[in-house]
Design a binder for this molecule. Structure first.
Ligand SMILES: Cc1cc2nc3c(=O)[nH]c(=O)nc-3n(C[C@H](O)[C@H](O)[C@H](O)COP(=O)(O)OP(=O)(O)OC[C@H]3O[C@@H](n4cnc5c(N)ncnc54)[C@H](O)[C@@H]3O)c2cc1C
Length: 336
């Protein structure tokens, strides 16, 4: 996914709006800030934009995005990036927002894990479920990015390979199904004989050429610079099988953590940020949108996050410039 429209090596950045979180809500906030003529930066702890969509279901068809009867996760994120691109947002990927303070003029000042300081007229937090970290495959850690991966942002990277997928949830089964036609072989390894994945996905995988090994664990991962083989320990008969493998995909789930945000003085209720109808938090110049927000009747869906992102940006725009209206005008008026 191309976020190269703008990035930055500056240790100090000054923008009108800083968006924390490059999930669907954050990317749409970036578009809206640009549409309002505001200079915007987007920071995300993950290497790829798209939040939960890119990390967990890039190949799945999403059926409840307004105007798109079905859109693949990856295509939705690509479309959001394309929509924001004319406004040249600065993307700071692989960087966690860690601290929040205010300068003498009232601007928000955010410190990041890369030692960067970002001064912003307003901050919009679209942090979803927080920074999520894949549960590690302890036996293969040395091979991370050398055959071992936790995400499948690009199916074609596994083309022609022997692939071992570890896990029993939706992601494990989705990836098995999507890789089966293009990989040399796909083996799904799960430590139990019950799966968290949808029954229909389990049936499809069992009906395919994917080899499913249950009550089994990865006992060893070997290679020479890159993974070449994997030992599978079978719990019931205590035997071990060695499989050729050039890709091991650990789909063991994630731990999610709001992390540093809980120390920013923001009202948080059950791991969600409390906002008013302007998507304003209790902290000056700080707004929130998407899965991370909470208010009575909140529904955690992408479509809702889009609406909240538009509300947050337009209210922030009006707060930053007393002459600006909250209503942005219709985009159709900008045509031509
Ligand atoms: C398997 C699955 C299927 C789904 N299917 C649908 C569906 O069909 N329709 C639907 O509407 N919804 C669906 N959802 C839910 C949907 O994905 C979420 O509602 C949506 O992703 C929320 O978007 P968001 O932008 O608010 O947050 P997220 O997508 O969670 O993105 C938040 C981003 O913020 C980043 N972040 C957090 N804290 C920090 C920090 N301190 N510094 C920097 N970055 C930070 C994270 O790294 C992450 O990238 C599904 C979810 C899953 C898991």
């Amino acid at each position: 996914m191309n976020t190269s429209s703008s990035s930055s090596t500056d240790t100090e950045l000054d923008v009108d709006i800083l968006v924390i979180g490059a999930g669907p809500a954050g990317l749409y906030a970036a578009y809206y800030a640009g549409f309002r003529g505001l200079r915007v930066a987007v920071v995300d702890a993950l290497a790829e934009p798209g939040g939960q969509v890119s990390a967990m279901y890039p190949e799945k068809a999403i059926l409840d995005i307004a105007g798109f009867p079905a859109v693949k996760g990856r295509d939705l994120i690509a479309g959001l990036l394309k929509q924001a691109a004319p406004f040249d947002p600065i993307y700071l990927m692989g960087e966690q927002a860690q601290s929040l303070a205010h300068d003498v003029s009232g601007n928000a000042v955010v410190g990041t894990s890369k030692g960067r300081t970002i001064t912003a007229g307003a901050v919009i937090i679209t942090g979803g479920i927080g920074t999520f970290t894949p549960r590690p495959l302890t036996k293969g850690l040395d091979f991370l990015d050398r055959g071992l991966s936790y995400f499948v942002p690009d199916l074609s990277a596994h083309q022609g390979r022997d692939v071992v997928i570890v896990g029993g949830g939706d992601s494990a089964f989705d990836w098995a199904m999507h890789l089966e036609p293009i990989a040399n072989s796909v083996t799904l390894v799960h430590r139990r004989d019950k799966f968290r994945a949808h029954k229909s996905s389990v049936t499809k995988v069992y009906d395919s050429s994917v080899q499913v090994l249950v009550n089994a664990d990865v006992a060893d991962v070997r290679g020479n610079g890159w993974i070449t083989e994997v030992d599978i320990a079978h719990k019931l008969d205590k035997s071990t099988t060695t499989l050729p493998a050039q890709s091991v995909i650990a789909a063991l789930g994630f731990t999610a953590d709001l992390g540093p945000m809980t120390d920013w003085g923001i009202d948080i209720d059950s791991r969600h940020i409390v906002v008013n109808t302007r998507m304003q938090t209790n902290v000056a110049r700080v707004y929130a949108a998407g899965d991370i927000t909470d208010y009575p009747g909140k529904v955690r869906l992408i479509s809702v996050g889009f609406g909240e992102a538009a509300t947050a940006v337009n209210n922030a725009a009006a707060a930053l410039d007393p002459d600006a209206e909250i209503f942005p005008g219709h985009s159709t008026e900008q045509e031509g």
